[in-house]
Design a protein around this ligand. Structure first.
Ligand SMILES: [Zn+2]
Ligand SMILES: [Zn+2]
Length: 142
């Protein structure tokens, strides 16, 4: 079980499974979402996530045409997670958690990125992570 939360502490997030995938993303949306130069994300089954508090969801249609909703703490603005919204209006079965909100740094030390996506958007003075599979765009569909 891992837990994390926002800067002010009003939102808490927990999950009780292993992440399905750990991915570094260099897309421009991720820079705007977080103010950082890339995001580090764990793909978690949405049903394994427990959210305490009321995150604010911001909807956007991605370049791919997918309807994405990203969630933030409404009080302090910390980016928390995002997921696709299915045509039914329900969240996708996979949620993309911003790994930096986790409390336990050891989890991050132990979890190197398995992949880097949108690596064509990587800021030029950053280096690829050793051992991470490289993709110019999204992950290929399994
Ligand atoms: Zn907060
Ligand atoms: Zn991204």
């Amino acid at each position: 079980m891992a837990s994390g939360g926002c800067f002010c502490g009003n939102i808490r997030v927990q999950y009780n499974s292993q992440p399905i995938m750990s991915v570094l993303c260099h897309c421009s949306d991720c820079r705007k979402l977080t103010g950082g130069l890339y995001t580090y994300n764990f793909a978690i089954k949405t049903s394994d996530l427990t959210i305490t508090g009321s995150p604010k969801g911001v909807a956007k249609t991605a370049d791919s045409g997918n309807h994405i909703k990203n969630f933030f703490c409404p009080d302090c603005g910390t980016p928390l997670y995002g997921h696709k919204i299915q045509s039914s209006g329900d969240p996708d079965e996979m949620t993309i958690l911003r790994a930096g909100i986790l409390d336990d740094t050891e989890i991050l030390n132990r979890s190197k990125p398995q992949a880097e996506i949108y690596n064509n958007g990587r800021i030029e003075w950053l280096s690829p992570v050793d051992g991470a599979e490289q993709f110019a765009g999204m992950l290929p569909r399994p």
